[in-house]
Design a protein around this ligand. Structure first.
Ligand SMILES: [Mg+2]
Length: 210
């Protein structure tokens, strides 16, 4: 059990991915790709993690196009429903939120990412954004994350390997993830998870010490 000092015993350090976790990045990407390629693919028809197949691109073409368009994709709106309000509420409850993303750490992308978080009112405090987290399990372990929200199968794996308690943010491309982890379909389900986690770490104390 972690102790953060008197009055802070219920506080958790929570890691939150961005793309596909608090942002509907597929929807944003399809919008940008359609415009660039003059296509009319529907987001519902993209069932892979990558968009390549839906657009008939080779992985190499896909990577190149993503690199070209990613700052546009990242700057588009589209937070996932209730993610802003729930994360702010968690901060009000005293929890610490870290945004942990594998987005590249180039200045332009960092700026676009910070702007997007601020524009939509996410609890970004100038010091809780970690870019270029290629090995999220390792990063989460280093900063002492006690609960992580993630959508991408490759990152779910490294989080598992590092024994970081992880929740899958449901997406069509992660439904066959082979390990049993709790899954959310709506950010409002998070309150109950956080509550249960606190009780678990305090040996079944009741709600009364909230
Ligand atoms: Mg993601």
């Amino acid at each position: 059990m972690k102790e953060y000092g008197i009055g802070r015993r219920n506080v958790m350090r929570i890691g939150v991915d961005i793309d596909g976790t608090i942002k509907d990045t597929h929807r944003a990407a399809v919008e940008v790709y359609n415009k660039e390629l003059n296509r009319s693919v529907r987001v519902e028809d993209v069932t892979d993690f990558y968009l390549d197949q839906a657009y008939g691109l080779t992985p190499r073409e896909g990577r190149k196009l993503w690199r070209k368009l990613e700052d546009q994709i990242y700057s588009l709106g589209i937070p996932l429903n209730h993610s802003v309000e729930v994360l702010n509420e968690l901060v009000r409850m005293g929890h610490e939120i870290y945004f942990i993303t594998a987005r590249p750490g180039m200045r332009k992308i960092v700026d676009v990412t910070k702007e997007w978080l601020k524009k939509h009112g996410f609890p970004y405090n100038g010091d809780n954004l970690i870019m270029n987290a290629q090995d999220k399990g390792k990063v989460a372990k280093e900063i002492g994350i006690e609960l992580f929200f993630e959508d991408a199968p490759n990152h779910l794996l490294t989080l598992l390997q590092n024994r970081i308690p992880t929740i899958i943010v449901d997406a069509v491309y992660n439904r066959d993830f082979p390990h049993p982890l709790r899954r959310i379909h709506d950010w409002r389900e998070v309150y109950e998870i956080v509550d249960a986690k606190k009780q678990e770490s305090h040996g079944n104390h009741s709600h009364s010490n909230k």
